[in-house]
Design a protein around this ligand. Sequence first.
Ligand code: FES
Length: 102
Amino acid sequence: MTEPDAQPTARPSTRFDDQWDDEPDTGATEPVSITAYPNGPLLVRGPFEILTPTGKVIPPRRKTVALCRCGVSSLKPFCDGSHKAIGFRTEQEPPAPQPPLS
Ligand code: FES
């Protein structure tokens, strides 16, 4: 089992977020966004830092990462695709708020 402070030593070739390749760094300031991927990880995009409970930086190695929210990844905090094997399912997204009727 991976200790909380452990950092992945090598980038596995089967990471779930491989399909979200980094775009070239243009140096532009952009906001951080977190997207809950249906039945999968949280995708974090933009300039961010991931810290251990003791404040050590976990190198993300890319601008977009997938964070595990199913709890079974062997690369926590990163998703390793294990959510597919366990059939992880998320709640359906609630409908977007509607504008008030005028
Ligand atoms: S969300 Fe992908 S392994 Fe947990």
